[in-house]
Design a binder for this molecule. Structure first.
Ligand SMILES: NC(=O)c1ccc[n+]([C@@H]2O[C@H](COP(=O)([O-])OP(=O)(O)OC[C@H]3O[C@@H](n4cnc5c(N)ncnc54)[C@H](OP(=O)(O)O)[C@@H]3O)[C@@H](O)[C@H]2O)c1
Length: 245
């Protein structure tokens, strides 16, 4: 993801990469960085030359990024999924001090899909069951995906349900009425397919999204980075980036 973002920034007219935070500077080979770019593991040095931070590391790395972003008073865009409750709380509390766009799916399509899912779940009501199917490549470690959980949370909130109680992810048993069922498949190199199926005995509505290339997440992150500069402290998502005036 980091390389994809650097590639997109390299061909944009309005952005310059201040540098790359990495434990392995020798591995940063494919991204065309400007000669002035800092490449190394000293976050403070990198942030001193930056207007905005885009973080696609892993949860352990992101704790340091959030601390450094607050210390440097810089806006942060984070797409790191699989955060623990403590790490998510750290991010939320940092948003009291700096503006943060955080989203487990940076694509525009999923931000719109989450809205459609909320509307459909509310309008169709509890008579319609909800099932969320997701398929990803075989390397993906977490399940259900962060995106599937996000869609489930949108459906639960729209119906006034507690998501933790409504979530049903268990092949061995059937969901109880009112629960939101998750089905997960791991296959080949699929970048990410999600479908939300609302059904009763006589009709079925399917809302779905399919990622064609992982570049879509990098493009969304760069769009969010442009949007967040100059915003007041707060916790924002891609829906804010897309739907705000
Ligand atoms: N929100 C979205 O739309 C979206 C889309 C795709 C992916 N993601 C998430 O984005 C993240 C990155 O995905 P990816 O596929 O690019 O993963 P990746 O290939 O494993 O890259 C992770 C990067 O983070 C660095 N890193 C990990 N732990 C670190 C630490 N403790 N300190 C410093 N650097 C650390 C790694 O550096 P080393 O090489 O030194 O290990 C590596 O460069 C994941 O959390 C993934 O779930 C989100």
């Amino acid at each position: 993801m980091g390389m994809s973002i650097a590639d997109i920034v390299a061909v944009s007219d309005d952005l310059t990469a201040a540098g790359v935070w990495t434990r392995h500077p020798d591995k940063v080979t494919s991204a065309p960085l400007p000669a002035s770019a800092y490449v190394g593991d000293d976050l403070a040095t990198l942030l001193a030359a930056s207007d905005v931070i885009i973080d696609f590391s892993l949860p352990a790395g992101t704790e340091r990024v959030v601390e450094a972003a607050v210390a440097a008073a810089l806006p942060l865009v984070s797409g790191v999924s699989g955060l623990s409750d403590d790490q998510a709380a750290q991010l939320k509390s940092a948003a009291d001090r700096i503006p943060i766009v955080y989203d487990r799916n940076m694509s525009q399509g999923v931000a719109v899909l989450a809205r459609l899912v909320a509307e459909a779940s509310k309008a169709l009501g509890p008579e319609f069951s909800i099932r969320i199917d997701e398929t990803h490549h075989v390397h993906k470690k977490d399940a259900p995906s962060g995106t599937a959980l996000k869609l489930g949370e949108a459906a639960a909130a729209a119906r006034g349900l507690d998501f933790k109680e409504a979530k049903h992810f268990d092949d061995e048993s059937s969901p109880l009425p009112g629960q939101i069922e998750f089905q997960v498949e791991r296959r080949g190199e699929v970048p990410g397919d999600h479908a939300v199926i609302l059904a009763n005995d006589s009709e079925r509505l399917t809302l779905s999204h399919s990622v064609q290339s992982r570049d879509v997440f990098a493009r969304g992150a760069v769009t969010a980075a442009r949007w967040i500069v100059g915003k007041p402290p707060g916790f924002y998502t891609m829906a804010d980036v897309l739907f705000a005036d």
